[in-house]
Design a binder for this molecule. Structure first.
Ligand code: NAI
Length: 327
């Protein structure tokens, strides 16, 4: 039998946490033959709720779940973890300045970076979900210098999946037949959902949709603003789709992407496609043997170029804001 993998979920008493932990315990993240031990972290204010989640995990009698650590102690939470899904963070509240929210999250991610660096298992893979996801991941990377940069990523798979969903609805085809959309840049409204290389079967999506005005307009804004549309409808932000996307992200990273398919991941930029280096930027990637590689050589037209640059500029600005919060 396989050794259990330890998976940390921070913010586990929250909405996404509640949707995510049963998926992990059912093998959706790491495979139906992979036992797991869940480490759940939240803050003291949520300790009682966190314990309630632990009780439900016991009650669910998941065969793959070999143990549960539920704690408000960051060191205990991080000790020995092989995968860390960082969902905990400080949400923007009404009347708060962007800088104030950034400042709270920078301090959270700085301290959790140190705990992971010192106590996680070697080669721990980190996925940051909490917003601002790209910049939280960057702070985590900067303050955990001994964790390889390639092990620190952020979630743009939800945006990627939203783009697949929109194309599938538009063409009335199975979502599993739509391939190779790309989310470029920031997990924010400046992200660029790009279908120029996407296909259904062997055919380019652009040829099938036959409506560039929609693809260059409403399609893009729908994906960019889908989070806000969910909040309006549910009075709560996306949780089941975010949790599912987090599982997709880790599963593909660990187990590999299918031949001929890429996915979108926020990763430490090396300046590929002439976007800023040194920020966490969402790229098309393939994964093999537990490592991601940015897909190279895709043609970028003038329309796309502007959008890649715009979201890159926002990330550079966020990085500066984050650094100004540190000093
Ligand atoms: P939530 O507010 O329901 O849960 C967040 C949890 O984090 C709470 O239980 C809170 O107590 C906890 N928390 C706060 N500070 C913490 C700390 N220092 N350490 C550990 N836990 C801490 O929020 P929800 O809906 O679960 O969303 C979580 C985050 O994910 C938010 O930042 C949200 O903006 C982000 N998000 C990101 C998406 C993406 O695609 N990247 C998609 C949807 C949400």
């Amino acid at each position: 039998a396989k050794e259990p993998v330890r998976v940390l979920v921070t913010g586990a008493a929250g909405q996404i946490g509640y949707a995510l932990v049963p998926m992990i315990a059912r093998g959706i993240m790491l495979g139906a033959d992979q036992p797991v031990i869940l480490h759940m972290l939240d803050i003291p204010f949520a300790a009682e709720a966190l314990n309630g989640v632990k009780m439900e995990l016991v009650d669910a009698a998941f065969p793959l779940l070999k143990g549960v650590v539920a704690t408000t102690d960051v060191v205990e939470a991080c000790t020995g973890v092989n995968v860390a899904v960082m969902v905990g963070g400080f949400p923007r509240k009404e009347g708060m300045e962007r800088k104030d929210v950034m400042s709270k999250n920078v301090s959270i991610y700085k301290s959790q970076a140190s705990a992971l660096e010192q106590h996680a298992a070697p080669n721990c893979k980190v996925l940051v979900v909490a917003n601002p996801a790209n910049t939280n991941a960057l702070i985590l990377k900067e303050f955990a210098p001994s964790i390889p940069a390639k092990n620190i990523t952020c979630l743009t798979r939800l945006d990627h999946n939203r783009a697949l969903g929109q194309i599938s609805e538009r063409l009335s085809v199975q979502v599993s037949d739509v391939k190779n959309v790309i989310i470029w840049g920031n997990h924010s409204s400046t992200q660029y959902p790009d279908v120029n290389h996407a296909t259904v079967g062997d055919k380019p999506v652009r040829e099938l949709v036959k409506d560039d005005e929609w693809l260059n307009g409403e399609f893009i804004t729908t994906v960019q603003q889908r989070g806000a549309a969910i909040i309006k409808a549910r009075k709560l932000s996306s949780a089941l789709s975010a949790a599912s996307a987090a599982c997709d992200h880790i599963r593909d990273w660990v187990l590999g992407t299918p031949e001929g398919t890429w996915v979108s991941m926020g990763v430490y930029s090396d300046g590929s496609y002439n976007v800023p280096a040194g920020v966490i930027y969402s790229f098309p990637v393939t994964c093999k043997n537990g490592e991601w590689t940015i897909v190279q050589g895709l043609a970028i037209d003038e329309f796309s170029r502007k959008k890649l640059d715009l979201t890159g500029a926002e990330l550079t600005e966020e990085k500066e804001l984050a650094y100004s919060c540190l000093s």
